[in-house]
Design a protein around this ligand. Structure first.
Ligand SMILES: Cc1ncc(COP(=O)(O)O)c(C=O)c1O
Length: 388
């Protein structure tokens, strides 16, 4: 492969391109429905109808009522609103909160901030595959526990948590359950009518919608405090003029996902098997995350004696990740993989391949060739490091 070869993008867990149908819908809204949806004139009503349609599209994807959705700027804001909003709302009942060490920074850093405000946070470890054993959760719950926050699909390993069992354990004790669904929404079936979940965060750009827009599902009867104050929009929970074109894009992305999800999942499973089959005989290769049953769009692997950042450079023009994109500036080994019990060296050799709707078998074959070549090259450069 030459220096100026086209990039092969296998980083769909970081972000996805706009689906053509979404881009078309957004252009149409930008031209014809750019009004303020809170205005009472005809223009405002046109934009309000666009927002209402998007809410219906997203609600259909999640099997919820459209009125239970709060628009946000993404999953980061939805996570902040859900966690801090619940902690403040229920502070008078108790200050104990529970989460996992393998959460995204958009959750971890909110809990760290709450710890500084004298909330008592229990950080649960996953098992070696990244799952939360339900007995471990049950043992952590106390009389003063107010909130549990667990992500649905892990962004680094693809591990899928048993949200139904976690929710049942919380509901029995009147504890609020927040789920970060940023990597699940639009990718795996999510039926919030039948899952005991109070709050569910999502972001459009992980499922072929625009960046800068997301939503928080708030179940009927669940109360949270707002983080921002300003206007009366969105039941005062999240004031501010709504970005109508972004919201329309989110809605359209949800509609596309509802139609293509099962086909996407089948295709991703085949592609993931093809990728694994092409690299699994490499000596010292290990899978970070579940070998079976994880989200098929994510494969995280490490190899003995090779350092991830050098590997990333040697893999170009392949676009993959070492940890989550939000952590890529840091040379620290992934805290998620450390929580799975990987050593610093093991975690540092990790590469996350994440596949998406546009991925082809040819992309996978290029990835296999480049990965095998890069590992071989780096091992020749540092042969001693292989023996550990
Ligand atoms: C699991 C998870 N939660 C939250 C986020 C934050 O999403 P956003 O950057 O769109 O706010 C991401 C994106 O990286 C994610 O993967």
């Amino acid at each position: 492969m030459s220096e100026d070869a086209d990039p092969v993008y296998l980083d769909y867990a970081a972000t996805t391109p706009l689906s053509p149908q979404v881009a078309k819908r957004m252009r149409d809204v930008q031209e014809n429905a750019w009004y303020n949806p809170s205005s009472s004139h005809q223009g405002g009503r046109i934009s309000a109808a666009v927002v209402a349609l998007a809410a219906e599209q997203l609600a259909a994807l999640l099997s919820v009522d459209p009125t239970s959705l709060i628009w946000t700027s993404g999953a980061t804001e939805a996570d902040n609103l859900a966690i801090t909003g619940t902690a403040r709302q229920r502070e008078h009942r108790g200050k104990h909160l529970v989460t996992m060490r393998t959460e995204h920074k958009a959750v971890v850093d909110v809990f760290r901030t709450l710890e500084k405000q004298n909330f008592d946070v229990t950080w649960l470890d996953p098992d070696a595959d990244g799952h939360l054993p339900i007995e471990r959760l049950e043992a952590a719950l106390r009389d003063d526990t107010q909130l549990v926050s667990i992500m649905h699909v892990n962004n680094e390993t693809g591990a899928i948590q048993d949200v139904a069992a976690i929710g049942t354990a919380c509901k029995k004790r009147d504890i609020v359950l927040h789920v970060d669904g940023a990597q699940a929404t639009g990718k795996i079936p999510v039926d919030l009518t039948n899952l005991p979940v109070n709050l569910y965060s999502l972001t459009a750009h992980k499922f072929y919608g625009p960046k800068g827009v997301g939503a928080l599902f708030v179940a009927d009867g669940t109360r949270i405090d707002p983080l921002m104050f300003g206007g009366g929009q969105q039941r005062r929970l999240r004031p501010g003029t709504l970005p109508v074109d972004l919201i329309a894009g989110l809605g359209e992305a949800a509609a596309v996902a509802a139609v293509s999800m099962l086909e996407d999942l089948e295709k991703l499973s085949e592609l993931k098997s093809r990728l694994l089959a092409g690299i699994q005989d490499i000596e010292g290769l290990n899978i970070n995350g579940p070998v079976e049953g994880g989200f098929p769009g994510i494969l995280n692997v490490g190899v003995d004696g090779v350092e991830g950042e050098s590997l990333l450079l040697a893999l170009e023009p392949l676009c993959v990740a070492t940890g989550s994109a939000c952590n890529s500036q840091s040379q620290e080994p992934s805290y998620v993989l450390r929580a799975l019990g990987r050593s610093d060296l093991e975690a540092q050799s990790a590469v996350r391949f994440s596949l998406g709707r546009p991925t082809t078998p040819a992309d996978i074959d290029i990835a296999i060739t480049l990965y095998r070549r890069a590992v071989g090259k780096l091992r020749k450069l540092a042969p001693k490091a292989v023996v550990q």
